[in-house]
Design a protein around this ligand. Structure first.
Ligand SMILES: *Cc1c(COP(=O)(O)O)cnc(C)c1O
Length: 374
């Protein structure tokens, strides 16, 4: 008999973490439900996939996989720096931006530190902090789904190590307004690290867009903005994301706490080419903007309440425990994400897929609505 790891070996901070609420992979769905998935709308992936040039770049890079990739990711960092009017020393690439979220917490958090975030939110913003024994204050969105600026200002104190939240928000959808962002920065302690997760920044309408990096550049605090190739660029499976930070010393520290070769050769090549294909990106953004509005209008016509969206998904109140609706949809081959964070257990997030996938989802939901008597 192999000796089992005693429970006491696992740090209590880790043992007490909830499981990550990840989407379901297609082959696992098939094995579990015995049917094909007809609309995979649970992970905010791009229905148009990546630029065809990025696929070609990965095929080409595959020929060179005997060699380690450039651990410093120079070519990609230079390109991102240029696009964002900064220097490569202020840019870091990660194995997805999730990898960078982990690297940030590993670099700065000590036991009993204080972290502030928004609720509902992306699970990893909280998990990373809890893993290292930090206390997390979660400030709930306002009833009209505007960012809880007053609540955040109240939660932030002189000891707060990190303020971390996503804008546009995952799972809710709205983007923070410029003045709201300025108000938070004006209030936060100069030593608090501002971590702005911009995973959906590409999807913001022109009317709501402002240059958060320019505002951060003037801020009194150290900061990092996180972005990803997983959503608008359609490269979720390749795993590549990036951070732009206030100073090279911070990036240097993060280079030590991330996995040195975490960005594999295929992902690195794909990202460079994907960034250059703005035509493909425009198609993705136009589709998401049209479809998110159409999905929300259809849901509202059925009587469901929706949060406003500046992303490629819609967050809506299912009227009952959302896992019930999600499970009924699964039996019809449709995946959405039921939210598991109280007090939002009646809410679910549906990704905007192709028009056909969205139609399949809407028709199935309408049937389920009568079946479950919602
Ligand atoms: C999808 C997402 C990410 C990260 O994605 P990676 O695939 O790890 O780059 C990070 N933050 C938020 C808010 C997201 O929704």
């Amino acid at each position: 008999m192999p000796k089992q790891l005693p429970d006491s070996a696992i740090r209590p901070e880790v043992a007490n973490l909830p499981d990550y609420n990840a989407g379901v992979a297609l082959d696992r769905f098939r094995d579990t439900y015995g049917i094909e998935c007809v609309a995979k709308l649970d992970s905010n992936e791009s229905p148009l996939g990546p630029s065809p040039n990025a696929i070609k770049a990965m095929q080409d890079a595959a020929l060179g996989v005997a060699r380690y990739p450039d651990a410093a990711n120079q070519a990609l960092r230079a390109l991102i720096a240029k696009q964002n009017k900064t220097v490569p020393e202020n840019v870091i690439i990660g194995n997805g931006s999730e990898d960078l979220i982990g690297a940030i917490f590993r670099a700065v958090i000590r036991p009993d530190d204080h972290v502030v975030t928004i609720c509902p939110s992306f699970g990893l913003h909280e998990f990373g902090a809890l893993t290292f024994g930090a206390t997390v204050t979660k400030v709930v969105f306002k009833d009209d789904w505007s960012f809880p600026v007053a609540g955040l200002c109240e939660a932030l104190d002189a000891e707060t190590r990190i303020l971390i939240f996503s804008s546009p928000s995952n799972p809710v959808g709205p983007a923070i307004k410029e003045q709201e962002f300025r108000d938070i920065l004006a209030h936060a302690n100069p030593d608090t690290l501002i971590c702005l997760d911009e995973a959906y920044v590409e999807f913001i309408d022109a009317a709501n867009k402002f240059d958060a990096l320019a505002i951060l550049a003037e801020a009194r605090q150290p900061w990092i903005a996180l972005r990803t190739f997983s959503k608008a660029y359609g490269l979720a499976g390749a795993r590549v994301g990036y951070g732009i930070a206030s100073d090279p010393a911070f990036i240097k520290a993060l280079m030590k706490t991330r996995n040195p070769f975490g960005v594999n050769a295929l992902a690195g090549s794909a990202a460079i080419v994907a960034l250059a294909d703005q035509t493909h990106l425009s198609k993705v953004l136009n589709l998401a903007k049209t479809e998110r509005a159409r999905i929300a209008a259809a849901l509202e016509a059925m009587g469901f309440v929706c949060a406003p969206s500046q992303t490629n998904f819609v967050f809506f109140n299912t009227g009952v425990t959302a896992t019930k609706v999600a499970e009924a949809l699964r039996l019809k081959g449709i995946l959405i994400k039921a939210w598991l964070e109280p007090p939002f257990l009646n809410w679910a997030r549906v990704t905007s897929g192709t028009p056909q996938e969205n139609d399949i989802f809407l028709a199935a939901l309408s049937t389920i609505k009568s079946e479950l008597d919602i």
